[in-house]
Design a protein around this ligand. Structure first.
Ligand code: PGA
Length: 251
């Protein structure tokens, strides 16, 4: 493949932190992390804390994104938020298709693909999550599941633009069980081949993050794998110190 992309370490806060707590975290984060050209950093607070995070991180180089969006530009979609709304708030990215949305809230592959297209057209960086459940892995279906999840996006997006893919095996999310670096590398390589098969060298340049119980103790080894271009971090992104230690491990 071409030269390795700058890694991205992203914190998925899920439904944690009020606006005040987010503001406090971000003030401490920018002190603890003065920045380094060797890694990009982003946080994904809940909607209600986005404005506080954007304000506190302005000019720091640390990006702020949302955890979801609706694919339409506007309309009668009670409770939903569009790409344009996120952009005007100062967001630069958005997580799409997280397993908690797919499995708990029932989002389909097609709906997720529509969201990726909408985010991408609006100029947001879509962080598109894929990954198999434990039963799917045990049934030898990992590659089939991941390619099914990717297929809508590959069909609908002419080119990847700034798309980021996050491989998050469902059995590793919030469980403390991490995929071994070798296993992560294997699936990442499969994803890379799939993207490159459709988008050629542009597919090769897409960043593929690993997510699922990433911690300061396992980050360096996971991130040392050639196909692992960063991490999507849940639990360990909620405190400044472990998050910064994972960020440092990516350089
Ligand atoms: P975890 O979550 O790091 O707490 O396993 C990862 C995620 O859900 O993105």
């Amino acid at each position: 493949m071409t030269s390795r992309p700058v890694p991205l370490v992203a914190g998925n806060w899920k439904m944690y932190k009020t606006a005040a707590e987010a503001g406090d975290f971000c003030r401490r984060l920018r002190k603890a992390w003065p920045g380094n050209a060797g890694v990009e950093v982003a946080v994904f607070p809940p909607y209600t804390a986005l404005a506080a995070a954007v304000t506190e991180l302005a000019g720091s180089g640390i990006q702020v994104g949302a955890q979801n969006l609706h694919p339409a530009a506007s309309g009668a979609f009670t409770g939903e938020i569009s790409a344009g709304m996120l952009l005007t708030l100062g967001c630069t990215g958005v997580i799409i298709g997280h397993s908690e949305r797919r499995h708990v809230l029932g989002e389909s592959d097609d709906f997720c693909a529509e969201k990726v297209v909408s985010a991408s057209q609006a100029g947001l960086v879509p962080v598109f999550c894929v990954g198999e459940t434990l039963a799917e892995r045990q049934g030898g279906k990992t590659e089939a599941v991941v390619s099914r999840q990717l297929s809508g996006v590959l069909k609908q997006l002419q080119e990847p633009g700034r798309l980021v893919v996050a491989y998050e095996p469902v059995w590793a999310i919030g469980t403390g069980i991490t995929a071994t670096p070798a296993l992560a590398q294997e699936v990442h390589r499969f994803i890379r081949k799939t993207l490159a098969g459709v988008w050629g060298s542009k597919g090769e340049a897409v960043r593929i993050l690993y997510g699922g119980s990433v911690k300061p103790e396992n980050a360096r080894e996971l991130l040392s794998k050639p196909e692992v271009n960063g991490a999507l971090v849940g639990g360990a992104s909620l405190e400044v110190e472990p998050f910064v230690s994972i960020v440092k491990a990516a350089i």
